[in-house]
Design a protein around this ligand. Structure first.
Ligand code: PMP
Length: 445
């Protein structure tokens, strides 16, 4: 059976079959796998340009997948591409010695994000989170990390727990138990984790009252982006800030998705809550692998004096540094975020209108160029709400209908739609026209 009836994706199907003989599951990351929604096979990509992506069968899509976030400036952003080409042609890639460009990049990050006094660079969000949690443990001399059900902080052993557990096996709503992502996670790690429902200040206050003296860090996305898009309830992040400050717990914002997307100062700037440490990745590299971990100078001092080791052959390599320097220069263009938000708002409000006018029980949640459609009758504030209230079957048909009409996003209801600076009002208008047809079909069936 084809990926979507009515769309010729035969070459993708053939390439997938061949790839499966050599690559387990045919893909190199879980979010592209059949079990993540790309069933019976993922699209194989020929190329991307700006807001568009072309698959190997020659179908062109308006791309809201955007590489799961990194292509904030669209595909092949000219300034970033040119900077990388220039750097690798004229200077090199890896030296195992610093370059002046690293400090220039650090200066831009520090200037953009007030809570970041110092910053270390690495390659992926997974790495940056691992560093942040290790640093928090070293700084506080405590062991436990609070993390929230439904979030994702990379695939390392210490945090790849309770992303999307079966709630039948995950304990009571207010005191979830830690559920490993799968087999192979070392036993005992969960003793250093405390899993909580998000958006529940009482559950957090109770946990900190019970175990505050052994809690090193609260690790959270400031906007939940790994169970669809869920906004913090008014006052929740502020309560989190207060509760952690009172007990000397390090507050870590995982801004891998939100950072440099919701504004130059990320979600923390937009929502006005200041963490102790922050992690950035997808927003800063213009599509190239680069990540950053930074925050309070007194905490970062443990890295400065060698107490906490952060290593990496490829950290701050020439490609990453030249790409991020160019991307951040581009993002500093006056009016860029205002325009990005305006185009995104048009999409978010437009989709909401189309779905409600069709009479579907659906709404769109998001902030700026980050959003997701929920097919649900009631509001969703955390992972268990989503599990209980969101209709995954309608979401799938919505995704299929949109793909058939040339609009690409991830087939998973727990992923996001991303808008880039390359998306135009014309792209949005075309997307809404497609959505209108799909919504009408869904309402009829
Ligand atoms: N944190 C968050 C919030 C993420 O969404 C992701 C990736 N989707 C990561 C961390 C891991 O980043 P990476 O894939 O670069 O390791």
């Amino acid at each position: 059976t084809p990926l979507v009836a009515g769309l010729d994706t035969a070459r993708s199907a053939g390439l997938f079959e061949a790839a499966c003989k050599l690559i387990p599951g045919g893909v190199n990351s879980t979010a592209r796998a059949t079990w993540s929604g790309w069933s019976p096979y993922p699209l194989f990509v020929e190329s991307g340009q700006g807001s568009r992506l072309t698959d190997v069968d020659g179908n062109e899509y308006i791309d809201y997948l955007l590489g799961l976030g990194p292509m904030l400036l669209g595909h092949r952003p000219p300034r970033v591409t040119q900077a990388v080409v220039d750097f690798i042609q004229s200077r090199g890639t890896v030296f195992a010695l610093p370059t002046a460009d690293e400090a220039r990049l650090a200066e831009k990050i520090v200037a953009a994000v007030p809570s970041v006094e110092q910053v270390r660079l690495c390659n992926t969000g997974t790495e940056a989170v691992l560093y942040a949690t290790r640093l928090a443990r070293a700084f506080t001399k405590r062991n436990k990390i609070i993390r929230f059900e439904g979030m994702y902080h990379g695939f390392s052993d210490g945090v790849y727990w309770s992303k999307h557990p079966s709630i039948a096996k995950a304990g009571p709503d207010d005191r979830p138990v830690a559920v490993p992502q799968g087999p192979g996670m070392p036993k005992g790690v969960e003793e250093n984790l405390l899993i909580l429902p998000w958006n529940d200040p009482q559950a957090l206050a109770d946990a900190i009252a019970r175990e505050g003296d052994s809690i090193a860090a609260v690790l959270t996305e400031p906007v939940m982006c790994n169970t669809g898009c869920i906004l913090p309830r008014p006052g929740y992040l502020e309560a989190m800030r207060e509760l952690t400050r009172e007990r000397g717990i390090v507050l870590i914002f995982d801004e891998v998705i939100t950072g440099f997307r919701l504004g130059l100062a990320g979600a923390q700037g937009r929502l006005g809550v200041t963490p102790d440490l922050s992690v950035f990745a997808k927003g800063i590299g213009g599509g190239f692998p680069v990540a950053a971990m930074g925050g309070r100078a007194d905490i970062m001092a443990l890295v400065a004096n060698g107490t906490v080791s952060m290593a990496g052959t490829y950290s701050a390599n020439g490609i990453a540094i030249s790409a991020a320097n160019a991307a951040l220069d581009e993002l500093a263009t006056p009016g860029l975020y205002e325009k990005l938000d305006a185009v995104s708002d048009e999409l978010r409000l437009g989709l909401g209108k189309v779905l409600s006018e069709a009479g579907l029980p659906a709404y769109v949640v998001g902030l700026g160029p980050l959003m997701q459609v929920w097919f649900a009758k009631e509001e969703i504030h955390n992972y268990r709400d989503a599990e209980r209230r969101a209709d995954q079957d309608i979401f799938r048909r919505w995704w299929q209908g949109m793909l058939e009409r040339g609009v690409l996003f991830h087939p998973g209801a727990y992923e996001n739609l991303f808008v880039s600076t390359a998306h135009t009002r014309e792209d949005v208008a075309a997307t809404l026209a497609a959505a209108k047809q799909v919504a009408a079909d869904l309402a009829r069936s």
